[in-house]
Design a protein around this ligand. Structure first.
Ligand code: SF4
Length: 489
């Protein structure tokens, strides 16, 4: 009796201290919402999923440049593990807000042809990486990766396993984006058996009127049953994507959606700000501009998201991401291994990112490459037995340093000058004298503080982190073109 009481009290104490630790992480990271300052500083800016941003890639970059880069990496005594990205571009119907590279078709034979070419590309890429084929991360994105059926998925995964060496399920992060409209609970169980251990579900908004306005009808019950199936199947992390700023959305509707999502208890929640850029993304032309919430309502929505999610126990990671204190994403941030890449935030820093599929972007060594953006051009390159790379970019020493710097700020809200001094043989304060001067007004606004060796972003500055990073972007302002970027909030 006494023993069981002691066990109960120990368990209780452990639970209490875990809760206290979680509450303190949330309190230390929750951004301070200063509406006036956001109104004042909100501007167009990159999301920094890469630096330099993809619009700097050029067609003068040659496939041989990429092959030489990989060859040089192969000659190194130590190799970083690989992170593979596989792009499946097909979707059965169009969501009007979409800004992705996708192909809308109900003709399933198109995916058969695509998969044959994709497998050819995978084989060609893998041949370059002899001796450095260890994979720690795999991400399937789209489009809709679950557009392809179980059998096609199995065959594609077999091809990947034939060509690369995957880390165990405990070590590796193997994720897939899921459109809940395309899967059954049984399909979810199959995906887990096929080796995926993390899922990300597109929800956007549960409100039926909003769903109608963006042409994405997705009943709540259907989505919840997919989430439950993922939990039962033993997925390590379940993440959901929401969007604020969609047509017909109001503070009330988004509040309701947030309540529904919170009660479904996902491990991660990403809430993206809808950027209406119809001159770039054609499907957005079908959105009624008069139905879009005004900037003030969007600000209130953002405030509400932060309030509700942090109160519900989610930690603000950065940009649009929230995660439970026990989730890998949060732990990676606390342990300094969080990374920003083309999929947003990632738990595995220090990998070479090799991407396959139409329009896919790789980040390997000191270069970025991007594949052809249309199926016709992608197939044509592969028919000529060439990698389907259309453009790319070599990072200079200055680019690499600024990439590290911006990555540190986006992931950890702090910058230790001494690390860059040692890594790049510079004197930070001399090298970045102009930028430090520019930051002075942000110091006055309370967005950050400058210490002898460290720059610290304040809780107020976290929501405006893109503005701070933009100061270190050597390319901004060199060309007239901010229209392709979204607002920083
Ligand atoms: S939002 Fe996703 S599912 Fe909808 S059209 Fe775009 S890629 Fe396809």
């Amino acid at each position: 009796m006494i023993d069981s009481m002691m066990i109960d009290s120990t368990v209780e104490q452990e639970a209490t201290s875990t809760l206290v630790a979680a509450q303190s992480v949330i309190a230390d990271t929750t951004p301070v919402f200063d509406a006036d300052l956001i109104r004042k500083l909100n501007q167009l800016g990159p999301r920094y999923t890469s630096y330099p941003t993809a619009d700097r890639f050029t067609e003068s970059f040659q496939i041989s440049d990429y092959e030489m880069t990989v060859e040089n990496l192969r000659k190194q005594p130590r190799h970083l593990p690989l992170s593979l990205y596989i792009h499946i571009p097909f979707c059965a119907s169009i969501c009007y807000y979409c800004g992705c590279n996708k192909v809308i078709t109900k003709d399933r034979s198109k995916s058969e042809i695509y998969l044959d070419y994709l497998k050819k590309e995978i084989a060609m890429q893998s041949a370059l990486y002899t001796g450095m084929k260890k994979v720690e991360q795999l991400h399937f994105g789209g489009g809709t990766p679950t557009y392809i059926n179980d059998e096609q998925m199995s065959e594609l995964l077999d091809t990947l396993h034939q060509h690369f060496e995957f880390a165990s399920d405990e070590v590796g992060e193997y994720s897939i984006e899921i459109d809940p409209r395309t899967v059954t609970p049984e399909r979810i169980r199959t995906l887990r058996k096929q080796g995926f251990n993390r899922v990300s579900l597109g929800i956007q908004d549960f409100n039926p009127e909003v769903q109608k306005a963006v042409n994405r009808i997705q009943p709540e019950a259907e989505t919840l049953s997919v989430m439950q199936a993922a939990r039962d199947a033993g997925f390590r992390s379940i993440s959901v994507d929401l969007i604020y700023g969609l047509p017909k959305q109001t503070v009330e509707t988004i509040s309701q959606t947030l309540d529904q999502v919170i009660s479904a208890n996902p491990d991660r929640i990403a809430i993206y700000n809808y950027a209406h850029l119809p001159h770039i993304f054609k499907p957005q032309r079908r959105i009624e501009v008069s139905e879009l919430p005004d900037p003030e309502s969007k600000l209130q929505m953002l405030y509400l998201c932060i309030q509700k999610l942090t109160k519900a126990g989610y930690v603000y990671i950065g940009m649009d991401h929230f995660a439970k204190p026990t989730d890998d994403l949060c732990l990676a941030q606390q342990q300094g291994r969080l990374q920003r890449n083309f999929q947003g935030y990632s738990t595995h820093a220090q990998t070479e990112m090799v991407s396959c599929g139409v329009s896919a972007i790789s980040a390997v060594g000191n270069c970025y490459t991007q594949n052809e953006k249309t199926l016709e051009e992608y197939y044509a390159r592969l028919d000529r037995n060439a990698l389907p790379i259309a453009r790319g970019y070599f990072l200079s020493e200055d680019d690499m340093m600024r990439r590290d710097l911006i990555g540190q700020l986006m992931c950890h809200f702090e910058l230790d000058y001494r690390i860059l001094n040692t890594e790049y043989g510079i004197d930070f304060k001399t090298y970045f004298a102009k930028e430090l001067k520019q930051l002075e007004s942000m110091v006055e606004f309370g967005l950050l503080s400058l210490h002898p060796d460290v720059l610290k972003v304040s809780l107020k500055g976290r929501l405006l982190i893109r503005n701070i990073c933009m100061v270190f972007d050597a390319y901004l302002g060199k060309k007239e073109e901010p229209l392709r970027y979204s607002k920083t909030i």
